[in-house]
Design a protein around this ligand. Structure first.
Ligand SMILES: CCCCCCCCCC(=O)SCCNC(=O)CCNC(=O)[C@H](O)C(C)(C)COP(=O)(O)OP(=O)(O)OC[C@H]1O[C@@H](n2cnc3c(N)ncnc32)[C@H](O)[C@@H]1OP(=O)(O)O
Ligand SMILES: Nc1ncnc2c1ncn2[C@@H]1O[C@H](COP(=O)(O)OP(=O)(O)OP(=O)(O)O)[C@@H](O)[C@H]1O
Ligand SMILES: O=C(O)CCC(=O)C(=O)O
Ligand SMILES: [Fe+2]
Ligand SMILES: [Mg+2]
Length: 334
């Protein structure tokens, strides 16, 4: 463990023994703690995360919990995914995204054409993922007790066609979110099968969540890039990278500023994962005009205009408020 972690651990032990001050500083809206320095910024003590796990998240910006979701649940999500691809169910608001090379070439039917389902919140069977008690138990450590499911995805990373478009460029998810504070947002990402370097597992830059939101844009990739797959413009190429190899049911929770992406799928199977971004319902919307998020906000509004046939009185924030679903506690400002 690093010296910083050693120091955190000493202070944490001290605080746990004293007045529950870590919890107090976390729940206070302003994070004002008059008598103690705020040692743990990212998690609260709900008795779920061990001190070691809290320190690890503090340092790394992610935490991996093995076998959190059962095989039975994952098999149900997979079945529902197949039904959706075969168009046996129609889900309001769902975006079925096809890989850019597939979409622009031959006609492919069924799940082999689908790279990602986005916004499955109206599908009761898939949305069950966002309400699983064992997931929410962890989510609460990051968001606090009032929890909204803000963004839902089922990723079906296709075998690469040779153009490397199955990659997802390195990015921070906060780029897409017009709400704050960032520390009260967390992504839960569950492997639906074994994911490894060969089929394009998640790649993370540990500790990058300590930085600020960076400028994002389309990477200059010769073979093309999927719609809205923005990447961080400049990140330190020497920053250590970690490939998150996971088994079916393993779940990673990560901070929205953590720089991450996924590599090419070099196998002939479709690499599946299901995810949900949660936020405290006490978060608030921000205006992204004049910020680095303006580019994605314009793309989303343009898409929303086409998809819902609405005009530009629908704001980037509205598109989020419409999709968000309360999963625990009370709905406040979101
Ligand atoms: C709201 C953002 C939320 C993100 C939150 C958290 C972090 C997540 C990080 C990400 O995942 S970023 C990626 C987010 N992706 C999306 O939000 C989904 C974007 N995709 C879509 O909305 C649709 O797939 C799209 C509108 C691009 C296409 O759907 P359509 O049903 O209109 O497809 P169609 O096959 O009719 O093709 C229409 C045009 O789009 C093109 N197209 C289709 N799939 C594409 C693709 N994947 N990339 C680029 N272009 C694509 C297609 O070639 C064609 O071009 P042309 O008009 O030039 O002929
Ligand atoms: N040239 C590149 N520019 C920007 N990002 C890249 C580039 N090549 C890979 N990446 C991104 O880096 C991350 C990790 O990729 P990684 O190197 O693990 O996969 P890969 O290049 O597909 O395969 P390999 O493991 O064999 O190198 C992914 O998010 C990927 O999109
Ligand atoms: O490749 C994946 O499964 C994750 C992609 C990702 O980070 C995202 O969609 O935000
Ligand atoms: Fe992401
Ligand atoms: Mg590489």
């Amino acid at each position: 463990m690093s010296r910083a972690a050693d120091r955190l651990k000493v202070v944490l032990n001290h605080l746990d023994r004293s007045h529950g001050a870590v919890r107090a500083s976390f729940t206070s809206a302003q994070n004002v703690s008059y008598h103690h320095p705020q040692v743990l910024q990212y998690t609260s003590d709900t008795g779920v995360l061990t001190p070691e796990q809290r320190i690890a998240y503090e340092e790394n910006g992610f935490i991996l919990i093995r076998k959190l979701v059962s095989d039975q649940d994952i098999d149900r999500f997979r079945k529902e995914f197949e039904r959706i691809c075969k168009r046996e169910v129609k889900v309001p608001g769902l975006v079925v995204m096809r890989d850019v090379t597939i979409a622009k070439s031959e006609y492919v039917e069924g799940e082999k054409a689908v790279t990602k389902l986005q916004d499955y919140q109206e599908d009761l069977e898939l949305f069950r993922y966002c309400t699983l008690p064992q997931i929410l138990k962890y989510v609460e450590c990051f968001t606090g007790p009032n929890i909204m499911a803000m963004h839902t995805m089922l990723i079906n990373k296709p075998p690469d066609t040779g153009k490397k478009t199955s990659r997802h460029p390195m990015h921070q998810d906060l780029h897409y979110f017009p709400f704050r504070p960032a520390d009260r947002i967390v992504c839960s990402w569950t492997a639906m099968e074994k994911v490894h370097r060969g089929n394009g597992c998640l790649v993370v830059l540990p500790g990058s969540h300590h930085g600020t939101l960076l400028e994002h844009d389309y990477p200059e990739w010769e073979g093309g890039v999927n719609k809205m797959y923005h990447g961080v413009r400049n990140y330190d190429p020497n920053h250590p990278r970690v490939h998150l190899e996971m088994e079916k049911g393993d779940t990673v929770f990560f901070h929205p500023l953590l720089i991450h992406g996924s590599g090419m799928n070099q196998t002939d199977g479709f690499r599946k994962a299901i995810s949900c971004h949660y936020a405290s319902s006490d978060c608030y919307y921000i205006d992204v005009k004049g910020t680095t998020q303006e580019n994605i906000s314009n793309e989303v509004k343009e898409l929303a205009a086409k998809k819902y046939g609405v005009d530009d009185t629908v704001t980037f924030q509205d598109t989020w408020a419409l999709r968000g679903r309360l999963v625990q506690g009370d709905r406040a400002s979101m």
